[in-house]
Write a protein that binds this ligand. Sequence first.
Ligand code: URA
Length: 233
Amino acid sequence: MERLDKFLCDSGVGTRSQVKVILKSGRVTVDGKPEKDSARKIDPNVQVICLDGEPLGGKRRVVLMLNKPEGFVTATEDKNDRTVMELLPPEYKHLDLKPVGRLDKATEGLLLFTNDGDLLHRLISPKKEVPKVYYARHEGTAGEADIAAFAAGLTLRDGLNCLSAKLEPLGPGESLITVCEGKYHQVRRMMASRNMTVLYLERRQEGGLTLGDLPRGAVRELSKEEISSLDKM
Ligand code: URA
């Protein structure tokens, strides 16, 4: 048995204070009867709890997209730095969301979160080879030899072999890089191996998802269609 308000928060209905207002407005039913008492004890395995007539099933499956600003580490906790978890709005705090892969502290851009463990593992599995597109500002300018070396599969300075990747120069000191794996500091190390130190890095795309007009630091929930496109990968 648990409190109705806690169940509603954990189901992603809203924060404690939002849930209070929702309960007062009579939109929640327990076994078909409107319930306004936030302290009411319920058993979600036995009783049917609905919001606006729609049944709630405990922790709902959520996939979020964050446009990560620089200065936050991709971790659920950290002793020294602010983490990406601090950027999630309060109504998502109780949903056990985990970042999908990682972006370096200095890297900006698209970072997904989910509470679906299967989806998380599929998206970060090297076997799936989900393409990720990065925009980089860097020292030097990418040329034909660099493009060919990326396509052939680079060997990093420490001897590590990379899968074939796409390098598209946009102009002097600016490129797009598409990689299908997620090794530690991968893009920075690939660019360094061609003497093009990365000065700024932003992830713009992952699989079929793009940042679009999501402002830096903002979060949005993926639509059902976007989630099913990830399920198909
Ligand atoms: N490659 C990097 O070097 N850093 C990132 O944050 C992501 C990819």
